[in-house]
Design a protein around this ligand. Structure first.
Ligand code: MN
Length: 391
């Protein structure tokens, strides 16, 4: 029986992880046991999950939330932790695999705690590798812990890499849907509203990641993740726009072969693969049907129209604390955009300003990285731009 913890259990990935585990247990009863769940605000939903799965260790974002969960589950008498410290304690509780489906920088510390305890990571939190990739991969290497990617692109690369030796790998090609504004006129982008950005074509995701997909920052973050995960340089990661989202990503080997992983867009297979690896189990997702015919297209991403992609690549090349700065500025900018306080096109401007005024710390500690996130939030350039663009 594999013991699983899920942090961010009520979000899109967390909910689907619970479904995948229930389906796997349906096919082979008792193969997975969820021992810990954590959420931010979705306390009711998490309490339901805890009841359905019989989970005894829980964590919520706030003390009030923890009280609510305790009273909802009074008959089960679970241990309910709360806040940042609670989340770290939960992460260190010794499961086989921790699914990090939490959004934002808050994912870094619990991930490091779990790694220290020899727990494998099914990684769905981007910030962990973007901001703290060097530290996380080093710690994981030291403890012999596996980092199993849940993101569809990195899972595709992970699947393509099976049986390929490191020295045989030449490049990684990440596919990108292009977002909802791929064919939208560049000069109209500054009038894009949060509502327009939230209507993503193929994948159903949370608000932050949906906006990141629209600015192509999401792909920029994924380029950094891929470089860290597979010890490649940023320039070894290519990006191709593939609006059908059928090819989930590819690798190029040194003899010039290109290997791809394909499927209908669904997060279930990548989630399941991270949980069952190195085995493959039956999965409920429909399989591609080539008898019906299909057209797959690929094009170069427009880095002028979507500057966030190039900014992320530059931050990844610079390394040190720069990716953390870039990421923190983007988090802030996206939240301001979602609140209607800045324009869609201001997101890239805010990120650019924050990066330009950041003094990079090379070989940073986890504290340095988390400090950068705070510093960037208070960044003078950011405040200035905020005032200027506030409606
Ligand atoms: Mn992705």
């Amino acid at each position: 029986m594999k013991k699983i913890g899920i942090i961010g259990s009520t979000g899109s990935i967390g909910t689907q992880t619970v479904e995948v585990i229930q389906e796997l247990n349906g096919a082979e009863p008792g193969s997975f046991c969820v021992t810990a769940l954590a959420c931010g605000n979705g306390v009711e939903k998490m309490a339901e999950q805890a009841r359905a799965l019989g989970v005894r260790l829980l964590c919520t974002g706030t003390k009030e939330g923890a009280g609510k969960v305790r009273s909802m589950l009074s008959d089960m008498k679970p241990e309910v932790l709360w806040g940042k410290e609670g989340l770290k304690e939960l992460a260190a509780s010794g499961m086989d695999t921790l699914v990090t489906a939490i959004v934002g920088m808050a994912g870094i510390e619990p991930t490091l705690e779990a790694i220290k305890n020899g727990t494998d990571i099914a990684l769905a939190n981007k910030e962990t590798l973007v901001a703290a990739g060097e530290i996380v991969m080093r710690e994981a290497g030291k403890r012999g812990v596996s980092i199993l990617p849940v993101d569809s692109e990195h899972s595709a690369v992970f699947q393509c890499l099976r049986g390929i030796r490191r020295e045989e790998l030449d490049k990684i090609v990440l596919t990108c849907s292009g977002g909802p504004f791929r064919t939208y006129p560049a000069e109209k982008l500054d009038s894009v509203t949060p509502e327009m950005a939230l209507g993503h074509p193929t994948w159903n995701m949370g608000g932050k990641i949906t906006v990141d997909s629209a600015t192509l920052m999401n792909k920029g973050l994924e380029v950094i993740e891929a470089a860290r995960l597979y010890s490649l340089s940023i320039d070894d990661i290519e990006v191709t726009v593939h609006p059908q989202s059928i090819v989930h990503s590819m690798i190029k080997t040194r003899d010039g072969a290109v290997i791809a992983q394909l499927g209908y867009p669904s997060m279930k297979l990548p989630i399941q693969y991270a949980l069952t690896y190195p085995e493959r189990k039956k999965c409920g997702v429909p399989v591609l049907d080539f008898t019906k015919g299909m057209t797959l297209t690929f094009e170069e991403p427009d880095r002028e129209k979507f500057p966030c992609l190039g900014l992320a690549e530059a931050a990844g090349r610079e390394g040190g604390t720069m990716p953390a700065c870039m990421n923190a500025a983007n988090e802030k900018a996206v939240s301001l955009f979602l609140q209607g306080k800045v324009k869609f096109t201001d997101i890239a401007l805010i990120v650019e300003k924050a990066m330009a005024s950041h003094r990079v710390i090379k070989d940073p500690s986890a504290e340095d990285i988390l400090g950068v996130s705070d510093e960037t939030y208070r960044n003078a350039a950011l405040q200035l731009l905020q005032r200027k663009t506030r409606r």
